[in-house]
Design a protein around this ligand. Structure first.
Ligand code: IFM
Length: 471
């Protein structure tokens, strides 16, 4: 096991100053987080931060189209300007480095780097080359996601993820990126959160492209996973030194009572949120219970698809945010029963760190081939205000501390977890919720584009500095 908690030596523990333990973030001395090879970084995604949607021959994406439809995004917000990162990337990387963050997870905008014929768009490619080269100069570990939801609109016009051909176009894109960017990427993730792309995009219409049909959701999921499986060997061939994986959002379902019916409801919730993606990836089969719950939605699967999808991975990225408390008798085998009096975030999501630990230890039992894990997203939204030049995001500090403690517990229970990325480096375009919901550890004033480091980021930086100073 690469992650042995005993790697935190006594000497190491003793070296942790009592001062550091008094702050509201720093992990306790026996935490695995003190291991220097536990990667601690921050994450963003192209459409959420870049802006510059009409620059340098970038093509429209499904999010440009969707956010332009009145009523789809809170306050009519769009990603047209976002954090203007396309122009401010150098200062943003300096900020990331000044916080001592060791890893950066970003995504590439597919519509920025290829034209409608699939030919490279050099200007768009150069942007990512400059960005990745600078990150490497700063010694920052780079995790690059190829698809974080911004599908080129011209592909959606031909059916998007409902069209099997999109999986092959994705492979062309992965091929181009891994040939052009090899050597600057430490880890490639094919997809971010296929559950959201498939279910929110094609199943209930809350996300782009805004279609709502259960059969669409399962077919879109199959083509997304196929795109992933087909791209993995291409990434391996073009960039052998990097790690290859995929990022899944996972949901914890807990039963509202001890009754067998509620326990079954919690299980079915997790089948629909987790096993739908993880079973084909790690077991080479969709969970049959899914299609019993959603009759008539079996996707068209060709011979060999599931073998392609379940090719071995170097890592699995896990994004975790909250739990859902459920009872039986709902439309999908469960009904949400929101708990009263529990702590929630600006999103209304319940703060429930144990869910992260329990899911990780559960996956370790369920999947005998579970790859090494990175927590590729975790964090919370709060209505942060700048007061006298400072942002004291107390709830986030406590949230991060408790979730990192859950990660430590999972490591100590035997799960191979190698790193954790804060979501997000800075406040950004939170999809259907626009700019109202602030997930950043750095505040963005959207009227001036001024960045202000929040207290949470200062404390993470302080911890990383102390960790680096350990012998
Ligand atoms: O902002 C999103 C991100 O793009 C994907 N994972 C969840 C985050 C918070 O909703």
């Amino acid at each position: 096991m690469a992650n042995d908690a005993s790697a935190v030596s006594d000497a190491h523990s003793q070296a942790v100053s009592t001062d550091s333990l008094a702050d509201p973030f720093t992990p306790p001395a026996d935490s695995s987080l003190w291991r220097k090879n536990f990667l601690l970084g921050a994450a963003t995604a192209s459409y959420q931060i870049e802006g510059a949607v009409n620059e340098d021959c970038r093509l429209p994406s499904i999010w440009d189209t969707f956010s332009a439809i009145p009523g789809k995004v809170l306050a009519g917000d769009t990603g047209a300007v976002a954090c203007d990162h396309y122009h401010r990337w150098e200062a943003d990387i300096d900020m990331l480095a000044s916080l001592g963050l060791e890893g950066y997870r970003l995504s590439i905008a597919w519509p920025r780097v290829m034209d409608t014929t699939g030919a490279p768009n050099r200007k768009g490619l150069d942007f990512y080359k400059r960005l990745l080269n600078r990150l490497k100069e700063k010694g920052i570990t780079t995790f690059v996601t190829l698809y974080h939801w911004d599908l080129p609109q011209h592909l959606e016009d031909r059916g998007g993820w409902l069209n099997r051909d999109t999986a092959y176009r994705f492979v062309d894109y992965a091929d181009l990126m891994s040939r052009e960017l090899a050597g600057t990427v430490d880890a490639w993730a094919t997809l971010n959160e296929p559950w959201c792309s498939a279910y929110l995009g094609y199943g209930n219409g809350h996300h782009a492209p805004g279609l709502a049909d259960g059969r669409f959701a399962t077919q879109a999921m199959h083509h997304l996973l196929l795109a992933h499986g087909l791209a993995i060997p291409v990434l391996r061939a073009n960039d052998p030194a990097s790690q290859k994986g995929i990022v899944a959002n996972i949901g914890r379902g807990t039963p509202n009572s001890d009754s067998a019916a509620d326990q079954r409801a919690a299980h079915l919730f997790e089948v629909q949120h987790n096993a739908w993606i993880l079973d084909p990836l790690l077991k080479g089969a969709y969970p049959q219970e899914l299609f019993e719950l959603w009759p008539g939605t079996e996707p068209l699967v060709l011979d060999g698809d599931l073998q392609t999808i379940s090719a071995p991975l170097d890592f699995l990225g896990i994004n975790y945010y909250f739990r859902s408390n459920v009872a039986s008798d709902g439309a999908h085998g469960f009904r949400e029963v929101p708990l009263e009096g529990v702590e929630r975030t600006q999103m209304g999501w319940e703060v429930y760190p144990d869910g992260l630990r329990d899911l990780l230890t559960g996956f370790n039992r369920t999947y005998r081939n579970l790859p090494p894990i990175y927590i590729t997203e975790n964090g919370m939204a709060s209505d942060d205000k700048v007061i006298d030049g400072h942002i004291d995001d107390t709830q986030r500090i406590s949230f991060l501390k408790r979730h990192l403690a859950a990660v430590d517990q999972a490591i100590k229970a035997g799960v191979d977890i190698r790193g954790y990325f804060l979501w997000s480096l800075m406040d950004n375009f939170e999809w259907a919720f626009g700019y109202e919901r602030r997930f950043g550890v750095v505040h963005v004033d959207y009227s001036t584009q001024k960045r202000t480091v929040k207290r949470s980021a200062e404390l993470v930086a302080k911890f990383l500095k102390e960790r680096k100073a350990q012998v």
